[in-house]
Design a protein around this ligand. Structure first.
Ligand SMILES: [Zn+2]
Ligand SMILES: [Zn+2]
Length: 125
């Protein structure tokens, strides 16, 4: 994986996520009032941001909310109940493109802190 998962060359209407978290192995959550040292995940898994992403997803799964400084992208199919939430806009767009290609459904992508949705249309061919 590249170090710049959001480094896309096509026109990207989305701003880069605020609060880069790849420099610090500390994840905090004001909702829980706790901090976690995720250097274990970083060392053990050796996957950089994906370790933090995994931690954030696990936190959401177990507590119902994300840790601080975590923003997510939601891809919502406009035609069926399929939807996913991803920490990277790249991953959300990839899911949307794949879903659109296979189902010919249009998928709406929205960033949690930026209300402007974009729609991925199925390719017309
Ligand atoms: Zn929490
Ligand atoms: Zn669909």
């Amino acid at each position: 994986m590249s170090e710049h998962p959001d480094d896309e060359t096509d026109s990207d209407p989305f701003p880069p996520p605020n609060g880069e978290i790849d420099d610090t192995p500390i994840v905090s959550c004001t909702t829980c009032g706790r901090e976690w040292d995720v250097s274990y995940e970083l060392d053990e898994l050796g996957v950089g941001n994906q370790a933090l992403e995994q931690f954030a997803l696990d936190h959401k799964r177990h507590t119902g909310h994300y840790p601080d400084d975590v923003t997510t992208w939601r891809a919502d199919c406009l035609r069926c109940p399929e939807e996913v939430e991803r920490l990277s806009g790249d991953a959300a767009r990839r899911w949307a493109r794949t879903h659109a290609r296979h189902t010919r459904h249009a998928v709406e992508i929205r960033h949690s802190t930026d209300g402007e949705p974009t729609v991925v249309e199925p390719e017309d061919q």
